[in-house]
Design a protein. Structure first.
Length: 148
């Protein structure tokens, strides 16, 4: 599908400013972040945007995404209820590398109240360039999927 190289990004009102800055940065870097909302700081419910993003990935329309709310916790909880989603709340590049290499995370979750813009930018760049190691980790993912 044509959207496989695009990364979805969504936030609630608490993550809106950080998301807007990230989308602007990645446009300049020629990386494709497809913004699916919210479009202002007006109060919204984070599950609505987590569902919107996760449904698209679950359907196979996109490979990965970034969710942002105040703490990242709410978005993580919603995202991980989806069978084909492996969402990881990360605060730094080391966490991102591990979630991609060992857990094959396909959704990066950021807490706008817990991470700086610079660190969030580094996290997304790391998320894009880091691959799943497979090997022993594949067996572990299969064990996780047994409960779904």
């Amino acid at each position: 599908m044509k959207n496989k190289n695009k990364i979805l990004i969504a936030s609630d009102h608490a993550g809106f400013i950080l998301k807007k800055k990230l989308v602007d940065f990645f446009k300049k870097e020629k990386k494709i972040l497809y913004d699916i909302g919210t479009s202002s700081e007006n109060s919204v419910d984070y599950p609505d945007y987590a569902h919107k993003l996760c449904e698209q990935i679950s359907k196979g329309n996109y490979n990965s995404g970034v969710l942002i709310c105040g703490s990242g916790i709410g978005m993580s909880i919603v995202a991980n209820r989806y069978q084909k989603i492996r969402a990881a709340l990360c605060l730094n590049e080391k966490m991102v590398k591990l979630c991609r290499r060992h857990n094959d995370a396909n959704v990066l979750v950021l807490g706008s109240r817990l991470i700086s813009y610079d660190e969030a930018t580094k996290c997304i760049l790391c998320f894009i360039k880091t691959s799943f190691e497979a090997g022993r980790h594949t067996n572990r993912l299969n064990k996780i999927n047994k409960c779904l």
